[in-house]
Design a protein around this ligand. Sequence first.
Ligand code: NAD
Length: 472
Amino acid sequence: MSSTENMLATVNHNFDRAAQFLDYPDGLLAQIRQCNAVFKFHFPVRKEGPGGGYEVVEAWRAEHSHHRLPCKGGVRYAPDVDGDEVQALAALMTYKCAVVDVPFGGAKGAVRVDPRRCSPEQLERITRRYTAELIRKNFISPGVDVLAPDYGTGPREMAWIMDTYLQIRGGEIDATGCVTGKPVNLGGIRGRREATGRGVAFAVREACNDTELMKQLGVPPGITGKRVAVQGLGNVGFHAARFLAEAGAVLVAVSEVEGTLYRAGGLDLEAVMRHRAETGRITGFPGATDLPRTAVLEVDCDILAPCARENVITADVAPRVKARMVAEGANGPVTADADAILRQRGITVIPDIYCNAGGVTVSYFEWLKNLSHVRFGRMQKRFDEMSKGRLVDTVARLTGHGMDDPVRRTIVQGPGEEDLVNSGLDETMSVAWQEIREVMRQMPRVGDLRNAAFVSAIRKIAVSYMELGIFP
Ligand code: NAD
């Protein structure tokens, strides 16, 4: 493994590449790049099964940037996670929030544990203890640092985090805003579960509808008929695959830890998931070909979406990627060396700090909902319906043309929470894409989308520091 195949080195390498194009004092760039605070800690947890005893669990919370508060970032449960990885992921959160104009600093947490080998009871004990340690050190609260799901965690863990926080800090009026990605009944928001994958699909749509980019790649514009391969069918991968297929793409390959499933004519995702629920694996699906786990990265397709883990497309793999475009659903799936090879081969990479920013965007909406203590749409849905109804009825009366009830209902329907969340996400991904492309037009030498996204992020963070009077 080369030095740049450590994720922290990759993120810093990408920062440095972009920083060359920016004219700020060195101190300012160094401050933006540096991780502000890392809390590394250990706590004991009773072992499961016969024999008893305790094991010591290793955990982290890294707050990369405090230029905006609160900090925001997921919590990862994985047996091989380390401090560098957590800092790298926290840094990505800072840049990601800036790219999509989410007013947060970046953070990330992790617990070195294999969730597949733990009972739900053990995971609950670990999650509650992890949260209590963060509270003691002021590394969690709605105004300081807001947690969220990541690899190996989901709404269940977020509910435990919130409950622990409420037990200790129950009197705080905004306490539920200490964590996002919660179940909807506990203050979560409709659309958060799907948000990252939906955002990946929006990002791919923006790229495919960009006629200039598609011309450079030598492929026809539009998402319809594009052959897609997705690595990982967890939260991000499953929803990305689902929304890409719904948008008209053809899902030719999916992979999970047990292997890759390939079918040139396209896979029915729901049927694959049913098959996995029945047999415990995606492989062995009728009518499709089983391939090794990593084969998904090399299958013949137009768009490859790595949505599992970091560092999967290495310098070894990059020369064999057949896709014309790589959409980084996961954080850091392409190493710096591999990125250079893909660029040289004319393959476009939609970078993680833009591509998977849908999750933090909708987490931001959830946090706003928690702080305002009201569901989006509750105050205006009925009002919108009544005013549109009056307009439609007036037009009908004046023209003498009435309207069928179902048609009238579709026209006058006011937006519910999920409609507002999805349209807010759509708008965010669309605006951020335009900003990244504008950087490329203004500064042609930046060359690629990742560099342009980093330039866009660093500029926005630099402005915050300068407006704070630091680094005038
Ligand atoms: P998840 O735990 O829900 O899913 C990950 C899936 O990948 C699992 O099903 C796992 O079995 C599978 N997997 C692991 N190694 C694999 C391999 N080598 N080949 C194929 N499949 C493999 O996690 P997630 O929340 O979907 O996160 C996935 C990635 O997306 C991570 O990099 C995470 O940091 C990033 N991400 C997640 C979110 C979010 O909202 N959950 C937001 C932004 C970025």
